[in-house]
Design a binder for this molecule. Structure first.
Ligand SMILES: *Cc1c(COP(=O)(O)O)cnc(C)c1O
Length: 413
């Protein structure tokens, strides 16, 4: 492997006081403006970059000078997004990818080899389980799936060849919260890294490295964009490990983020904190209201005192419950419960019926027949995804309008 020289000519940073706070970094971190002095970040839609002469080109390709060469692995707009997200996640490095799934692919390809082992929560995003089990399994990386909340199960699953623990908190759709600090301790005691998928909280609420995680995974498709426009992803973590182990994979495999999508996410991050705080506040109001409805059997929301990991969530998530609220409508038996859930969904006139989340538009979905529809009934019950379960991802719609929207169906049960 060609190592970077210790003091290459660096791409300059934005001139900001060293002690500025996250809200300022969210709107300003990136790159200094170009020669034209633009105030809003430029979109560099270019596949390659021109060098002043052959010797400079040679120095840049030999990594003796840090510069932009080719957008598969270096682009100014993408770098602005990476620097801004790293600043918010409090990591030294970040590498952007074409999607959240590409971020997980890059992480596993960069850190692991055939014969290595992963321990992963059973409650992570469905495609993450498929990726680890079916795709990486083909290349000799084995995974063991364990309970989201039972630490003894995580400890028991560690093997001498375990190199990575992977978690996502809160989980979808039941919002189960795992203890990041405890998982980091288990990982490090076993000589493994801990990666946390921070999609649901975003760095506005939760910074996993503050609790000992080594890597943070993002689907920029969700709250970082925040308005449901693009597919994007990123891995945040130590700059040295990213440079040595992930950048070579990016160069060879091209899991690269398009500059246009990077620009959308970059601008989305400017309002991330204010959106997450406001959407969480609205989700809390809606969750508390749902808990009081006679047609609702149970509400899953980390911000409610009734949530099993409420205290832990309030510490890890900066006192906020997040934007995802799930609830079970009444109904005797699976068939009636499903019919009731469908009735509530079908009576809505505001909520978007879609399995996506992270939008300013509130979304509503029936997990048992969509995100968890490919599971067998036994697997679905083990995952706790009942037929009466409905998941909301609360956006910026007026809360009173959302209550009225849900009540249209609830009163028919
Ligand atoms: C959506 C999602 C992903 C995958 O991200 P894409 O950008 O769709 O590839 C991964 N993890 C979580 C928690 C998600 O919600």
């Amino acid at each position: 492997m060609t190592m970077k020289p210790t003091n290459p000519k660096k791409i300059p940073r934005v001139a900001l006081p060293a002690d500025v706070r996250p809200d300022t970094l969210a709107v300003r971190e990136g790159l200094p403006p170009s020669a034209w002095g633009e105030n809003s970040e430029a979109l560099f839609l270019t596949s390659s970059f021109v060098h002043p002469d052959a010797a400079t080109a040679a120095a840049r390709f030999a990594n003796e000078e840090e510069a932009f060469t080719y957008s598969r692995f270096s682009n100014p707009t993408v770098m602005m997004m990476e620097r801004r997200l790293a600043a918010l996640e409090r990591t030294s490095g970040c590498i952007a990818t074409s999607s959240g799934m590409a971020a997980i692919t890059l992480l596993v390809m960069g850190l692991l080899k055939a014969g290595d082992h992963v321990v992963c929560s059973r409650s992570v995003f469905g495609s993450t389980i498929k990726l680890l089990q079916s795709e990486f399994g083909k290349f000799g990386v084995q995974s063991t799936f364990v309970s989201q909340t039972d630490l003894a199960e995580w400890r028991a699953a560690i093997q001498p060849n375990t190199r990575l623990l992977f978690a996502e908190t809160p989980s979808n759709p039941l919002t189960e919260v795992c203890d990041i600090r405890a998982l980091a301790d288990i990982a490090h005691a076993g000589g493994a890294w801990l990666a946390v998928d921070n999609c649901f909280c975003s760095p506005a609420l939760q910074r996993p490295v503050e609790y000992g995680a080594d890597f943070v995974i993002h689907s920029g498709t969700k709250y970082l964009d925040g308005q449901g426009r693009v597919i994007a992803g990123a891995v945040c973590g130590p700059q040295e490990l990213i440079d040595q182990q992930l950048v070579p994979v990016m160069r060879s495999c091209g899991l690269s983020l398009s500059p246009f999508n990077a620009w959308v996410v970059l601008k989305g991050m400017e309002t991330l904190s204010i959106r997450m705080r406001e959407q969480s506040a609205r989700a809390f109001q809606l969750a508390a209201w749902l808990e009081a409805q006679t047609q609702v059997d149970r509400v899953f929301y980390p911000g409610l005192a009734s949530h099993p990991q409420h205290a832990l969530a309030m510490v890890q998530q900066g006192g906020l419950g997040g934007t995802v609220v799930s609830f079970v409508v009444r109904g005797e038996g699976a068939v009636a419960a499903r019919a009731n859930a469908f009735a509530v969904i079908d009576h809505t006139r505001i909520c978007s019926i879609t399995a996506n989340l992270g939008d300013t538009k509130t979304t509503i979905t029936h997990p048992a027949s969509t995100s968890h529809g490919r599971l067998t009934e036994v697997q679905r019950q083990a995952a706790g995804v009942a037929q009466g379960l409905i998941r909301l991802a609360v956006g910026l719609d007026d809360v009173e309008d959302l209550k009225a929207d849900l009540l249209r169906g609830l009163v028919t049960l």
